[in-house]
Write a protein that binds this ligand. Sequence first.
Ligand code: SAH
Length: 252
Amino acid sequence: MSRAGCAALSFLLAPFLALACNDQRVTVARVTPTSPDSEAERRARMVETQIVNRGVRNARVLAAMKQVPRHLFVDAKERDPYGDHPLPIAGNQTISQPYIVALMTELADLAPGEKVLEIGTGSGYQSAVLSRLAREVYSIEIVPELARESAERLRKLGYGNVTVREGDGYRGWPEHAPFDAILVTAAPDRIPQPLLDQLAPGGRMVIPVGSFFQELKVLSKDRNGKITEKDILPVRFVPMTGEIEKTPPAPE
Ligand code: SAH
């Protein structure tokens, strides 16, 4: 085709090309508002709709839930890290639903200078939330791969006041006891006595108890060592494994 012919063709096509461009602009304009929100916005929405609406009001707990990047504690392929449900992690385990993490944290009632023990580190998400509210967090995980990965993740993300160790949490962590609060995130069928023993006077233990039917409980130890127990709500956690499964309950 001659040069003149080519120019004529471009001239003839110009309106269509312009249309195509316009079209593209329209498409871009339409896509922008529905593009993924920032993770911080998702967390703020998660806190409002799933946590505040269900009655968790402790401002420090809400701030921690807004701050800790839940999406970095799950598989990068997870499509809905801020959804209103538990999420799978390695080793057939799960991170609790955001509301349950917030509720358990609120029930632990932590003051900034306190020391807390968690049984069941899993991904390290609950430990990270606790680390925003307490001075020191100790966490025990029975699955070696999870213990290794969560310790590494917490270190990389800068949660310097969390110490993770691999092991069976049934016997607690006597070297660091007593604890102002103990959170158990796997369900035993009864309360492990060594954990109660490691609770400081004035301390709180938040623990799901049961097998198929479980109840989230708070046990408080008063200044004289007397324990009171309160049922909070029915829950569904993975079972606590290890020694507790092998030892029969002590006779009444
Ligand atoms: N808190 C975790 C989720 C916990 S899932 C998070 O935020 O991701 C429960 C965890 O408890 C699992 O990782 C499971 O391996 C661990 N677990 C079960 N029995 C245990 C025991 N006896 N001692 C320590 N960890 C235990």
